[in-house]
Design a protein around this ligand. Structure first.
Ligand code: NAD
Ligand code: WQD
Length: 349
């Protein structure tokens, strides 16, 4: 039987690479595109190490119309796309809003132009974010897809909201030629158990877990915990940390749903929260990481970080029921995977 061909934009990135592994396991043929603006070609070697094969790859810029034309000319039989390619650093987006709007919006637009061309049809999975919910009112926690969206607090967040709107309009105009699912990720963490792929931030990590693992290995002196005076049980912020391999599996379910045409009727975009349903505080993360790995993580409490949401975690029941997916990897294994990856990257294995 012919295997369906799935395009993965940003497939050399953190979540994209883990998703390539799961697509491969599920028997799909994968086409990866990336411009390495936030990743390196080594990731393709890591993927080969895990899957035993070299997937189709094109180095190109998704925000370039000609590049995207070339891609679809070479692979006209793409059945569905998962669109990860975007810039994602919240702080940087405040300093360089134009770069964020251009890259994140143009990438989606160029992809949509190709996918909706005469004679084409297909499915699109879009990487959205829990950032669209801002700080939900306490009666809306855990947050479901029905919760009202809040004005974004950064240009990055705004690109996700605008992209969701673009998707809604384009899917509607296409009838069911373009079927679309937007996945709203909570906080992805961890690495593939092989430690051949994982998260590799540039410079000083902004996200919690990479800072924890870099402190544990001695690259950073201590972790700064941003605030212990929030209205939470231990005073530090609460998030929903989801294992990247669990997150990756949800993409396979979403693609299957699109290919089986179980969604997208009348041009409706479907939205799913991808989280565990469990909120963890910053201090809980640090303590559980130390318990799981036996490694010490020195930390100090400092002031709040501007723009931080106090507490948010997912109600993932829609994804659990409709996609038949659940994030179920034990946290201890997740932390161990992040630690193994850090050690491999620093050649301390
Ligand atoms: P990442 O930076 O590791 O991966 C993105 C990949 O896209 C990188 O390899 C980058 O080189 C590539 N890329 C960016 N712009 C491109 C372009 N114009 N053309 C081709 N390639 C391009 O990020 P990630 O953590 O894997 O995130 C993937 C997606 O998920 C992003 O859309 C991000 O906004 C979204 N998301 C991430 C998180 C998170 O915490 N990591 C949370 C919610 C949503
Ligand atoms: C988690 C918690 C920090 C670093 C960001 C984006 C969001 C989404 C996920 C893409 C917070 C605390 C962190 C540190 C700390 N990305 N922290 N010391 O802020 O939930 O979300 O990534 O869509 O859009 O905003 O994740 O990992 O930065 O922080 O105390 O050195 O850890 O204050 O409470 P966040 P994060």
């Amino acid at each position: 039987m012919k295997r369906e061909k799935i395009l993965v934009t940003g497939g050399a990135g953190y979540i994209g690479a883990h998703t390539v592994v799961e697509l491969d396991l599920a028997g799909f043929e994968v086409v990866i595109v990336d411009n390495f603006s936030n990743s390196t070609p080594d990731v393709l070697d890591g993927l080969e190490g895990i899957t035993g094969k070299r997937h189709h790859f094109m180095e190109l810029d998704c925000s370039d119309r000609e590049d995207m034309k070339m891609l679809f000319a070479k692979h006209p039989d793409i059945s569905a796309a998962i669109h990860f390619a975007a810039y994602k650093a919240v702080g940087e987006s405040v300093e360089k809003p134009l770069d964020y709007y251009r890259n994140n919006l143009d990438s989606l637009l160029c992809l949509l132009y190709e996918m909706t061309k005469e004679g084409r049809s297909g499915g699109l999975v879009f990487s959205s974010s829990c950032t669209v919910y801002g700080q939900p009112a306490s009666e809306n926690l855990p947050v479901s897809e029905m919760a009202p969206l809040q004005p974004a607090t950064s240009p990055y967040g705004r690109t996700k909201q605008i992209c969701e709107d673009i998707l809604t309009d384009v899917a509607k105009a296409s009838g069911d030629k373009l079927r679309a699912i937007a996945l709203r990720y909570f906080n992805p963490i961890g690495a593939h158990p092989s430690a051949l792929i994982g998260e590799l931030p540039r410079g000083v990590p902004q996200n919690l877990l990479p800072f924890v693992t870099q402190t544990a290995i001695g690259l950073r002196k201590e972790l700064s915990v941003f605030g212990n005076d929030y209205n939470t049980p231990d005073g530090s912020c609460i998030r929903d940390y989801i294992y990247v391999c669990d997150l990756a599996k949800a993409h396979v379910r979403a693609v299957e749903r699109l290919l089986e045409k179980r969604t997208g009727k009348g041009g409706e975009v479907e939205y799913f929260n991808l989280g565990t349903g469990v909120g963890l505080s910053v201090l809980e993360v640090v303590n559980k990481f130390m318990d799981a790995t036996g490694v010490d993580v020195p930390y100090k409490i400092v002031g709040r970080r501007a723009g931080d949401v106090e507490k948010v975690w997912a109600d993932p029941s829609k994804a659990n029921e409709v996609l038949g997916w659940k994030a179920d990897t034990p946290l201890e294994d997740v932390f161990k995977s992040a630690w193994l990856w850090e050690k491999r990257v620093r050649r301390k294995l």
